[in-house]
Design a protein around this ligand. Structure first.
Ligand code: GAL
Length: 674
């Protein structure tokens, strides 16, 4: 069994990316002193240091890293050591320009930034294995080493390369996946538009074409690119396992950020020893703490419910969005503790000391340009103390209430061109369904469509366009065995090759939903429909409507206007011991909540206490019966959270009984008795 927690780290992780090579060594002394003052327990080092560690091919300079690791060890700080393979040195590119990735338009990127990598390049693979081997040999048994941090955020900034080397690699991948070229023709439907191939040699990556390229080819290319990147992760991981046994290996994910949609984290979660994630607030006008919660829930789910670790977030503003607001007082701690509530074994940041030079000099850090007489530093020190106090939650797990299906392959397929309505976005539906559940104070597990769902009373399915036969069968069995399902429109439409399931829509879900859809009628911009239902209530939808034919399902809500006026809009199908709801339009938040409320009632999901929607309540429990309740008040009003029993609020160390006062912006963590 590989080690799955950072070796020798017996506290919650607290610290950040530490890039001391940007500073004279005299600053390092101040760094470790300040780290101790803040209660830092682990830092990530060397992630971008290849050019310093191997200044010429085969010539290594480990002196500075030796001194650094020794210094950190002397100060009791554990090390998450990077393999710097995301930033190859200039000498490497001069020798191997073919390792620079090429866009679908045929443009080869230059070096001088980071992440310029063609993952099919044999030269890159050899060089990455070389530096990884050297690091593993030199530091594998260093007493400071707690965790290996392979590469950095695989999948960004380049998700796929389209060079000739990748073309050859793609053909090999296709052979393996499909066998004969005839099977590729069949899977891709190349009879359409005369795209038939006679041999593998004729097949290229889906480079730029005059009009829409073959969708199944594009989908396979995303799978190929993801698998190729994963091969490179595995190669490094295996070297580290062999040369440094007992030290867990991770790579930092970006699970719920739409900036990184090219990685199938279900597959990656099985490859790492410890799941770690990076999360940054996206300032798009929405409630940032909802996306944060979703990222944390998705990360925990990718980790199979096991503890995971937040490896990066920011103390305040980032510098890569169009607008980068500073965090409000208290927001950093709320963000950190929200991740901990949802399963993270600590809170780490990018980065320790704010850079003076380079692309990220305006990105916040734990030690800002302004030094220690700053709000950020004071909040960092306070957070370190809070995490120290909360150490006892380590090893407990977050309790889910309901599940949401999530599949990167479906997301990839759904984002291809020429769909019925470009205003429909798979991700928007997932966000909206999640937000509805969040606002009802339900903790969400994410699940792969073919996963065992039997433990969940309610499963929601936002726009699962690509649904395999096996997934359809899985959902049917889930309902027959007593589950409650809520499915949104544009689900169950195509198979794994983006081919429409035979027969009427929604092919893979017709049986479980007890209906067919004869035709879609997407709406124009600004067009809305009214849906009327029980007791004269109305709901509002936009973007999408359909002509639904119930075949066993009952019509609960009906289109009052719009193209499908008079027809079913929301249906319910009793099947076996369970119920399957279908929602055929894009409901607004209040309307979606009405349907989810009805489904929760069917599922026997108990109503949560009436709390404001921005008061987040999450539970962690231990195998030994320990119970913790995290209450995070993201609102501007003080709140009182009911408790089922008495206990201790750990951050203030005060006894509580039956209720917990959580002032505006504050966090309370209760260990419940018994
Ligand atoms: C992450 C990356 C870090 C840093 C950070 C800034 O995506 O891993 O190196 O760039 O973003 O927000």
């Amino acid at each position: 069994m590989p080690q799955t927690t950072p070796k020798g780290l017996h506290r919650l992780a607290f610290g950040g990316d530490y890039n001391p090579e940007q500073w004279p060594e005299s600053v390092w002394q101040e760094d470790v002193r300040l780290m101790q003052e803040a209660g830092v327990t682990m830092v990530s080092v060397g992630i971008f240091s290849w050019a310093l560690l191997e200044p010429e091919q085969g010539r290594y300079d480990f002196g500075w890293l030796d001194r650094l690791l020794d210094l950190l060890h002397e100060h009791g700080i554990r090390v998450d050591l990077g393999t710097p393979t995301v930033a190859p040195p200039a000498w490497f590119y001069r020798a191997h320009p073919e390792a620079l990735p090429v866009t679908a338009e045929g443009v080869r990127f230059s070096y001088g930034s980071r992440g310029a990598i063609c993952h099919s390049s044999a030269a890159y693979r050899a060089a990455a294995a070389g530096i990884t081997t050297e690091l593993a040999r030199r530091y594998g048994s260093h007493p400071a080493l707690a965790l290996w941090h392979v590469h950095n955020e695989y999948g960004v900034p380049v998700s796929a390369c389209y060079c000739d080397g990748c073309a050859a690699h793609f053909r090999r991948w296709l052979r393996n996946a499909h066998g004969s070229v005839e099977a590729v023709n069949e899977a891709w439907g190349t009879a359409f538009w005369g795209q038939r191939y006679s041999s593998y040699e004729e097949i290229d990556p889906p480079r730029i074409t005059p009009t829409v390229g073959n969708p199944a080819q594009q989908l396979d290319y995303r799978r190929f690119a993801d698998a190729t990147i994963r091969e490179n992760f595995r190669a490094e991981r295996d070297i580290l396992h062999e040369l440094a046994p007992g030290v867990p290996v991770t790579t930092n994910f970006m699970t719920a950020l739409s900036q990184c949609d090219s990685i199938d984290y279900w597959a990656w979660g099985r490859e790492v020893d410890l799941v770690t994630n990076d999360h940054y607030l996206i300032t798009d006008g929405r409630r940032t703490h909802v996306n944060l919660a979703m990222a944390a829930d998705l990360t925990r789910s990718v980790a199979g419910g096991a503890p995971w670790l937040l490896l990066e977030h920011s103390t305040s503003g980032v510098n890569w969005q169009a607008r980068n607001p500073a965090k409000r007082p208290g927001e950093m701690a709320r963000n950190s503790l929200a991740h901990v509530a949802r399963g993270s074994e600590g809170a780490m940041f990018f980065q320790w000391r704010q850079s003076r030079r380079g692309a990220e000099k305006f990105h916040s850090a734990m030690v800002p340009h302004g030094g220690t007489d700053t709000r950020i530093w004071r909040e960092v020190v306070a957070l370190g103390a809070d995490l120290d106090t909360l150490d006892e939650v380590r090893g407990t797990t977050t309790l889910p209430d309901v599940a949401m299906l999530w599949d990167w392959h479906s997301w990839w397929a759904q984002n291809l061109e020429w769909r019925p309505n470009e205003a429909h976005e798979a991700r928007e539906r997932a966000d909206s369904f999640y937000e509805t559940l969040y606002d009802r104070h339900l903790t969400v597990d994410f699940a792969h469509p073919e996963a065992d769902l039997s433990g969940y009373p309610l499963v929601v399915v936002p726009a699962l366009y690509l649904t395999t036969e096996a997934a359809g069968q899985n959902l049917r069995e889930y309902v027959e065995n007593g589950g409650t399902l809520v499915v949104s429109y544009f689900s169950g439409i195509v198979d794994e090759h983006d081919a429409v399931h035979p027969g009427a829509y929604p092919g893979a879900l017709r049986d479980v939903l007890g209906l067919t859809v004869e035709e879609w009628s997407p709406l124009l911009d600004d067009q809305r429909v009214t849906v009327s239902g029980p007791d004269g209530a109305t709901l509002t939808g936009d973007v999408w409507t359909e002509f639904v034919r119930p075949r066993g399902a009952e019509t609960v809500w009906t289109y009052a206007d719009g193209p499908a006026a008079g027809g079913p809009a929301v249906t319910r199908h009793r099947l076996g011991r369970g119920t399957a709801w279908y929602v055929s339009t894009r409901l607004d938040a209040a309307s979606l909540d009405a349907i989810v409320a009805a489904a929760c009632a069917d599922a026997g999901v108990a109503e949560r206490p009436a709390l404001p929607r921005d008061v987040e309540v999450v539970r962690r429990t231990g195998d030994d019966g320990r119970r913790y309740l995290f209450a995070l008040n993201h609102s501007t009003e003080d709140a009182v959270v009911p408790l089922d029993g008495a206990g201790v609020e750990l951050l203030a160390g005060t006894p509580v009984d039956g209720k917990l006062a959580v002032p505006a912006g504050a966090v309370g963590v209760v260990r419940l008795d018994g």
